[in-house]
Design a protein around this ligand. Structure first.
Ligand code: ZN
Length: 294
């Protein structure tokens, strides 16, 4: 049996992380490791708080995540710092223990398997699986009744990631998603897939050369796509994500997404303003203690 707690991701803000830390500390158990799923600000902004509290606990992430955090190639951290001020570090903590693709980790006596995924919800992602319990920590590859963040525009890659996630961990009993409640793997993966396919099908006619704005998505087309998405996927839960990016990046992302292009987003900062700190959707203990292991 594991000898402590494993934290999955680090929340968005330092204040969120401090609140979660107090709940972790209240368990009286040590933190033996921190594992990072992907380099989005709402998953790493508070890592430094946990690292300071448990400096000997290794912080694991794959090489691409560490590099993204070090270099901020899309300007996510600069933008988030601008929006949140000192509650979000300009320079996020960079995990110091690389996870090789497919590596298994020994965390406090527990075995965690991992799988690395290509550009999808994020430019890179790692899922962690605990075979002795069937718990799969999938990061943002899967959400549960939250609007997916498509700001990086890789819907085709994301669909591929979902196929691989299912194939790689066929014995998973429960997925702990990046946002929303845990759920049955097939149901959550199918729902995620359904949303992405629907989004692509709705955007596709808007980017057809014969459409009003040709390959561009004009405001009317965007409004129509958004209205249809809202109709089919009503009412994100309070505190969940409303993460369809706003502004020009939305157009670029949508167009790229529907074409299945896996290039990096065009220059320009995607709007993160619609994203909500995951703690509002999560009991802190679920996220911070997600890998818990008593
Ligand atoms: Zn994400």
């Amino acid at each position: 049996m594991p000898q402590g707690l494993v934290l999955v991701d680090g929340l968005r803000t330092l204040s969120d992380a401090r609140r979660a830390l107090s709940r972790v500390q209240a368990t009286g158990r040590p933190v033996v490791a921190i594992v990072v799923t992907h380099p989005h600000p709402d998953h790493v902004g508070g890592l430094a708080v946990f690292h300071q509290a448990y400096p000997t606990a290794p912080v694991y992430a794959n090489v691409a995540t560490a590099e993204f955090l070090r270099t901020d190639p899309l300007g996510f951290f600069a933008l988030t710092h601008q929006q949140l001020g000192d509650d979000h570090p300009l320079k996020p903590f960079v995990p110091d223990h690389p996870v090789a693709p497919g590596a298994a980790l020994d965390v406090g006596g527990a075995r965690l398997e991992s799988a690395e995924f290509g550009a999808g919800e994020a430019v890179t992602a790692v899922a962690y699986y605990r075979p002795d319990t069937g718990a799969l920590f999938a990061g943002d590859l899967v959400g549960n009744h939250v609007t997916p963040a498509l700001l990086e525009g890789h819907t085709c890659g994301w669909l591929t990631d979902l196929d691989q996630l299912r194939a790689r961990f066929p014995t998973a009993k429960l997925i702990y998603p990046g946002h929303g409640a845990p759920g049955e793997p097939a149901a959550l993966i199918d729902a995620q897939r359904d949303y992405l396919r629907t989004f692509r099908a709705l955007v596709h006619p808007a980017i057809a050369p014969s459409s009003p704005a040709g390959a561009d998505v004009d405001p009317a087309e965007r409004q129509s796509v958004t209205a249809e998405l809202d109709r089919r996927y009503p009412r994100p839960p309070p505190g969940g994500l409303a993460a369809r990016p706003a502004g020009p990046q939305h157009q670029r992302g949508g167009r790229r997404a529907a074409r299945g292009d896996r290039r990096q987003p065009a220059a320009g900062l995607p709007s993160l303003t619609s994203r909500v700190a995951p703690t509002s959707a999560y009991p802190a203990g679920r996220r911070a203690g997600a890998g818990t292991a008593a």
